[in-house]
Write a protein that binds this ligand. Sequence first.
Ligand code: DAH
Length: 337
Amino acid sequence: MDINLIQTQIEGDLAKIDSLSELEEVRAKYLGRKGLLAELTGAIAGLPVEQRGAFGKQVNALKNQTLDLFIKKEKELTAGNTVVKKSNLDIGMPGIAQELGVLHPITRVTEEVCAIFRKMGFSILGGPEIETEYNNFTGLNIPLEHPSREAFDTFYLKDYSKMLLRSHTSPAQVRLMKDKKPPLAIVVPGRVYRPDAVDASHSFMFHQIEGFMVDENIKLSDLKGLLETFAKAVFGNDIKMRFRPHFFPFTEPSAEVDISCIICKGKGCSVCGRKGWLEILGSGMIHPNVFKHVGIDAKKYTGFAFGMGVERIAMLKYGINDIRLFFENDLRFLRQF
Ligand code: DAH
């Protein structure tokens, strides 16, 4: 029997197959218990003694080569090519790209503002969006007859019960001052709700950041210094800041805080309404009546508070002229920040 011929035949058989089941058939044909190689091995004993050694060696070599060929073929088949072709899976097809998102500008500005106050020693805390009428108004010295307490100026829950969607972040002052003892230095970011008709500068939901500090000997000048540091960190060192007297029921004295217009640098333009100043927040010294409501001794402690609209800060900082852009989820807009 011509050993070389057998090897060529095995190679030819293997080249034709393209599945593992066919491979098993061919394996049985050559390497099986009754296969050709077993037959050849059996034939050795029937040869004349002097031929057995040489023939035995040839058969052995053929067996080893054949084993190698089968291992190689099996690897080929399981490595994918043939199997993959059969399952219609195209491993060369481009994948579905996972797009990387960016932080929403409101999140960015909130984080930036909180980081500035954190550096100055403030804790960042939260408060619930569903509040009691007491925390939202009464505890803040806002009298029953105040227009903001009207049903059409606040979202009350179920038939004007005592619960509502907070209309500002200031009720967090009431909660936290009741809960903790001075010294306090706290900032509270969060969503607030007002039943305003939506337009370029109004939204029924927006974001505020409340801040307050309570200790012995806190003065208006502390508030002014702190806010100036804050305003310069957000809008740049070359801005000017001013306090403009105002009224808030929960602070006395109260002031609105303006910065020199970042567009015209104070000369007067359409963004600042020719005034040269932009309002950025409300503030003041915490009213003794608020301290009374939360059980803090107003003879021993003083404090200041401030509150700002995040959308307003973001609009000024990035030159955005319509508040609705923040909430339309248009990625072409959101990706710019
Ligand atoms: N709560 C006020 C508002 O929503 C903003 C504000 C003004 C907060 C003065 C304060 C403050 O803490 O002292 O318009």
